[in-house]
Design a protein around this ligand. Structure first.
Ligand code: GLU
Length: 419
């Protein structure tokens, strides 16, 4: 496996849970291999007439419990190894919240800030056609992820619909509401982060109104997490994006910052100013003296380099894979609580599931219904993980993984290995 492999990190987490579950080695071998990995070349005519060729992937880790499900990301650091890891995490994520999906993920190696909207649209349509042989409403359902949005999903849905000759609503989730998307989907991942944080604070007998928070990342997940936690009374002391970290020990005006990003260049906080705000580095944000740290950016942000210096007693993983296993051991040893990605950021895929159900039935729910059902799923899943962690004297990741891996393993066993 390549050096610094993210998939190796996913396997390490799987092996740890497998050991605790005394999982049959045969089943472990099955779960250690993604079912299908597709790599595609994407020639795109750029606005200047030149042709660029981008590389994309779609990986299906497991379909044991249902269709593969997971987002598509556009980022310059996307690799097949990363997409394999992300698809594996999707399998556990869907299993821990008990929605009837397996795991998949896609990505294109591209810095979308360097492309025009028209170039991104052409690239998206080309990618869609390239992965069309393996996606479908009952086989693999994409959704947004880093640097993709409801707009991207609309293009994917339209491309598939044009190719098929009829409108296919349930091919993607995270669509805009006009295209059959679900109310509450955009905020769902951040809302799930909020529910998980509040549940943890309850178990630790802490008052949200006396809780300070730092959020790394101010995209869809980070910004909504910060907003909803501040509405619960938490003080958001710092947030960051690629333009840097913004800090105010008295609390940040999150609503103003979100409003600023709706019109700023590349939706970044660059240039935002308000009384009492100073700029700090991303590393300083991670090491701030706050109660809760929400890493909501990319993988491998908390590593052995900085884990000792993390002061927050709770880390709620809004991103996928932000903490390396070595770093997590340090945090756990110091008595910190890490709410793992597969649980903490599962709100997005849970409402994706609600959207898919609504699309299939062509019967749409109110936002209140969506949020209520999301709360029920998240609170129940948190409770199951917390209870198992207490009973088995395990950290929250091991407990979440034990529940998830056990469910997937049982599905694999019940189906049997074909032929
Ligand atoms: N990309 C999101 C995730 O990592 C959402 C996936 C989905 O809704 O299918 O969980």
């Amino acid at each position: 496996m390549e050096k610094g492999s993210v998939f190796a990190m996913a396997l390490e987490q799987l092996n740890s849970a497998a050991k605790l579950l005394k999982l049959d080695d045969n089943i472990l071998r099955v779960l250690s291999h993604p079912e299908r990995e597709l790599t595609v070349s994407l020639p795109v005519v750029m606005d200047d007439g030149n042709i660029e060729v981008f590389t994309g992937h779609r990986v299906q880790h497991s379909s044991a419990r249902g269709p593969c499900k997971g987002g598509i990301r556009y980022h310059q650091n996307v690799t097949l190894d990363e997409v394999k890891a992300l698809s594996t995490w999707m399998t556990w994520k869907c299993a821990v919240v008990n929605i009837p999906y397996g795991g998949g993920k896609g990505g294109i190696t591209v810095d979308p800030t360097k492309l025009s909207d028209n170039e991104i649209r052409r690239m998206t349509r080309r990618y869609t056609v390239a992965i069309m042989p393996i996606i479908g409403p009952h086989s693999d359902i994409p959704a947004p992820d880093v640097n993709t949005s409801s707009e991207t999903m609309g293009w994917i849905m339209d491309t598939v619909s044009m190719m098929r000759g009829s409108t296919v609503l349930d091919i993607v989730t995270g669509k805009s509401v006009e295209l059959g998307g679900s109310l509450g989907r955009r905020e769902a991942t951040g809302r799930g982060v909020m529910f998980n944080t509040i549940e943890l604070l309850k178990r630790l007998d802490k008052d949200p109104k006396k809780t300070t928070v730092a959020v790394q990342g101010f995209g869809n997940v980070g910004s909504v997490s910060a907003d909803l936690l501040s509405k619960e009374g938490c003080k958001i002391m710092a947030v960051s994006d690629v333009s840097g970290a913004y800090y105010n020990p008295n609390g940040l005006p999150i609503a103003d910052m979100i409003a600023y990003c709706t019109t700023s260049k590349n939706r970044l906080l660059e240039g935002f100013s308000a009384a009492g705000i100073s700029k700090i580095s991303n590393e300083e944000l991670l090491q701030l003296d706050v109660d809760v740290l929400v890493p909501a950016a990319l993988e491998k942000q908390i590593t052995i380099e900085n884990a000792e210096k993390i002061k927050a007693y709770a880390i709620v993983e809004g991103a996928n894979g932000p903490t390396t296993p070595d770093a997590e051991r340090i945090l756990i040893k110091k008595g910190k609580h890490v709410v793992p990605d597969i649980l903490a950021n599962s709100g997005g895929v849970v409402v994706s599931y609600f959207e898919w159900v609504q699309s299939i039935q062509s019967f749409f729910w109110t936002e209140e219904e969506v949020n209520k059902n999301l709360e029920r799923v998240e609170v129940d899943a948190f409770d199951a993980v917390w209870t198992l962690a207490q009973r088995e004297k395990q950290d929250l990741r091991n407990a979440a993984m034990m529940i998830a891996v056990d469910r997937v393993a049982k599905a694999v066993k019940a189906r049997g290995i074909w032929p």
